[in-house]
Write a protein that binds this ligand. Structure first.
Ligand code: URA
Length: 434
């Protein structure tokens, strides 16, 4: 078999055979396929797509290209939660202790942020002492004794995806639904959970800008998960504005703690309950959504979920005193209010632009190797539908310098969309794919 035949078959719209996919994944993993041929194949997939069967076969073979985690030594049904990436999305920090407090073990491997989206591991690393690179045996022992843990992805998980993603990033082929679905699901399959709750973000701060595209991605990911023998559900949720108010690592940890203490933003609490309920149902810990939500609301209002957060942070080497003393988290040198020039109602935010502003402040990275400043970021004070008077505070900037704060303030004002009339209600959840 030759790579040129594989490229030509995809260019002409054929479905790849298992043998072709084996050749491709082995070739990528062993570095035998030149970048120019792999790039041509990615572009052919971008235009021709893949059938669900083909995408499932590719994801399974990619998952097998490196280490595959075996979670069977941890008792119970293990359900993972995955977000396709957004701005201010700190849901994992709330959902993990919430679900664990309701009796379902959470054993999660997370990634770092890139571009305008944040990553759970960067957020957790803002907690002094928190260890994100635990040896696997120690990590499993923690989940067995404490009920939860979140660690960084093992270096050898899906090496084929590492090669492929780096190439997609520079060839205009990131935005291919089958390539995104196989990239995400291969890592999920390799990380060993029995089931997945996928939070597929929709809107101007997400990969998928329209509901139709998000549905197509969600359907394909659910089909891959199920046909690989894992229970899989997707929730389509809005990324038309940052989730909650905080964007930036330590600021987001603080907001997650406030949410666990019953004092967080409504949208973050709601999404955490929606995703957590699906996790409980897949784990067999609740028969339906109503029962699952009730269980979660009880552990949230009783303080049990916050207690699990404390146990988890402590077990993983972090300083649990940040719960009562958030001032012990990293903080920015300069904090400035951003005032609105105009008045009206907030009709929208350019969410990706806000994510990029936070990234430029130092909260994220443009390239994988860039360092992150855990203290900087934004607090969005006005959400869609809120009234704004000229001169009122719309946001806060947490920056390293006055110059950076001034630039960010200007960008935030540009990202705000105001209208004279109240906008239509902005839904948080667009639907479920089961
Ligand atoms: N996240 C991934 O892991 N892969 C993609 O292709 C897109 C988002």
């Amino acid at each position: 078999m030759r790579m040129i035949e594989i490229i030509s078959r995809k260019r002409d719209g054929y479905e790849h055979t298992e043998e072709e996919l084996d050749f491709l994944v082995r070739g990528i993993t062993e570095g035998r396929i030149p970048d120019y041929q792999l790039a041509a194949w990615c572009m052919a997939v971008y235009f021709q797509g893949m059938t669900p069967r083909e995408a499932r076969n590719l994801a399974v073979k990619m998952a097998a290209s490196g280490e595959q985690i075996d979670l069977s030594s941890i008792p119970g049904v293990k359900i993972d939660k995955h977000s396709t990436g957004g701005v201010g999305d700190k849901t994992s920090l709330v959902v993990a202790p919430l679900v664990a407090a309701a009796g379902v073990p959470v054993c999660k491997m997370s990634g770092r942020g890139l571009g305008h989206t944040g990553g759970t591991i960067d957020k957790l690393e803002s907690i002094p002492g928190y260890r994100t690179e635990l040896p696997i045996a120690e990590f499993f022992q923690q989940v067995r004794t404490v009920g939860l843990g979140i660690t960084g992805q093992s270096g050898n998980l899906v090496p084929a995806d590492k090669q492929l993603y780096a190439l997609r990033d520079v060839t205009g082929t990131v935005e291919s639904i089958p390539l995104i679905a196989t990239s995400i699901m291969s890592k999920k399959l390799a990380s060993g959970a029995d089931g997945f709750v996928l939070d597929v973000k929709v809107g101007n701060g997400a990969f998928m800008k329209s509901q139709e595209e998000a549905e197509r991605l969600a359907e394909l990911m659910v089909a891959i998960g199920k046909s690989a023998g894992r229970q899989t559900v997707a929730v389509l949720s809005s990324m038309e504005q940052p989730l909650g108010r905080a964007v930036g690592n330590a600021l987001e940890v603080k907001e997650a703690i406030a949410t666990l203490a019953g004092d967080g933003p409504a949208d973050l609490k709601e999404l955490s309950l929606v995703l957590g309920a699906q996790m409980l149902i897949l784990a067999g810990a609740a028969p339906d959504e109503e029962t699952a939500r009730r269980k979660l609301e009880i552990v949230l209002s009783s303080g049990q979920a916050l207690h699990y957060f404390e146990k988890w942070i402590k077990a993983q080497g972090g300083d649990p005193s940040i719960i009562d003393h958030p001032e012990r988290l990293p903080a920015a040198a300069v904090v400035r209010k951003v005032l609105s020039f105009g008045g009206g109602y907030v009709s929208g935010w350019e969410t990706e632009a806000l994510g990029l502003t936070a990234m430029r402040l130092g909260a994220g990275r443009e390239r994988k190797t860039d360092p992150v400043d855990h203290g900087v970021g934004l607090i969005i004070e006005k959400k869609i539908g809120d009234r704004v008077v000229a001169g009122e505070v719309i946001a806060q900037v947490h920056a390293r310098s006055e110059v950076e704060a001034a630039r960010a303030a200007e960008e935030i004002r540009t990202a705000l969309k105001l209208s004279a009339e109240p906008p239509a209600r902005a839904p948080l959840i667009f639907g479920y794919i089961v």
